[in-house]
Design a binder for this molecule. Structure first.
Ligand code: GLU
Length: 381
């Protein structure tokens, strides 16, 4: 039986709170919602007093830019969106600073792109920055670096960014604050039969189908990206809550284990932080296709990948890079760190272990990808 909410929440020492654009902006008055920010600051202060560190993942830069530059509608063109984000991000941070200062809190802006997390060196630099900020009781306020992020290097939405920030700073809870009361059986905007689900104990595929599209006109996420975030968090072993940010003291009440919103219970096996990075942070440089025997050894028996099971090498990478391991028909079964460059692997694919040193010389790793440096792609996830 999975531990209940209370047991899980009592262990939380660091929480990532994602606030959506619909909460941060007041569309009628066309400005940043300062009351929401003040309430947020008050709750962060209360949590800090209990010894719980908070990280905010904020949306709203583009929305704030729309107001500043008096745009009536969100443009589609990338350069325009980037300019709006540049304008909006600075007024957004100004609003955070003002609201948090009232409660004696200091904030720091962190803008990330996908690239910052896909390289292990840059990932650990970013990790160290967070740790240093925590040491000084500073509240990191994170957003995607929208002004430079082009399509290929985007997180795309801040729900995804929230999951990665959770991994990056080793938080024990992710809270997605939105304008909905949580996750419903159907879209509550469209159906009166929709019921709020208060606990999700296990991932089931219908959750993703039930999520529907975005319900706000200013944000980019919507329920689909939230449920995808839940899938990631459950798999990585970290609890997640979707709740209505408009509810009074919602954060502190969630941490007091009040039944608010939807609580996603994590799978009991907590993934090591390095494996989390491999699974969701690191970007593969190529594919290794393996035969049926190797695929079975990897998935069913959690074995390492040996040269003998490798059939084809697709892409160019260096020793130490991340690769995707797939079946012969291209289905991804694992990701891992390769002990061989693509060039060397091409020379030894299909060889028995004893033949490898004859081909490439002595002193090489026995495994192409060691099981400790590998995450399996669970078909359920
Ligand atoms: N990074 C975007 C912004 O600040 C928001 C993305 C999202 O809402 O998911 O406007």
């Amino acid at each position: 039986m999975a531990p209940d909410r209370k047991a899980q929440l009592s262990k939380v020492r660091r929480v990532v709170v994602k606030a959506g654009s619909s909460l941060l902006t007041d569309p009628k008055r066309r400005r940043i919602h300062t009351r929401f920010l003040r309430n947020l600051a008050q709750q962060v202060q209360a949590l800090q007093k209990r010894g719980i560190q908070c990280v905010i993942v904020t949306s709203g830069a583009i929305a704030a830019g729309l107001f500043e530059l008096r745009f009536r509608q969100r443009p589609k063109e990338m350069a325009q969106l980037q300019a709006l984000a540049a304008v909006g991000q600075s007024s957004l941070m100004h609003a955070y600073e003002t609201a948090f200062r009232r409660f004696g809190l200091r904030v720091a802006q962190i803008l990330l792109t996908r690239e910052d997390l896909s390289d292990r060196g840059r990932y650990s630099n970013a990790h160290n920055t967070f740790m240093e900020l925590f040491r000084h009781d500073i509240v990191p306020v994170v957003n995607e670096n929208d002004t430079v992020a082009v399509e290929e290097i985007r997180f795309g939405n801040n729900d995804t960014l929230g999951t990665l920030v959770c991994h990056l700073c080793e938080a024990d809870l992710l809270v997605l604050l939105t304008d909905q009361d949580g996750f419903f059986t159907e879209n509550p905007v469209l159906s009166t039969r929709a019921r709020l689900i208060s606990d999700v104990y296990q991932w089931e595929d219908w959750l993703e189908k039930g999520a529907g599209r975005s319900s706000t006109s200013v944000g980019t996420g919507g329920m689909l990206s939230k449920i995808k975030a839940a899938k990631t968090m459950m798999r990585s072993g970290i609890p997640m809550v979707i709740a209505n940010g408009g509810i009074r003291l919602v954060l502190t009440r969630i941490l007091d284990a009040e039944r608010l919103g939807t609580f996603f219970h994590p799978s009991p096996a907590k993934m090591a932080s390095r494996k989390r990075w491999l699974a969701w942070g690191g970007k593969p440089k190529g594919d290794i296709r393996v035969d049926e025997g190797a695929a079975k050894a990897l998935t069913d028996h959690h074995k390492s990948l040996l040269p003998t099971g490798v059939r084809t090498v697709n892409g160019t990478w260096a020793k130490g890079d991340i690769v995707r391991i797939t079946t012969l028909d291209g289905r991804e079964i694992a990701k891992g760190i390769s002990n061989y460059s693509s060039h060397d692997l091409d020379q030894i694919k299909g060889l028995k272990t004893s033949e490898v040193s004859q081909r490439l010389g002595p002193g090489l790793a026995l495994e192409v990808v060691h099981q400790d440096n590998m995450v399996r792609i669970d078909p359920l996830f």
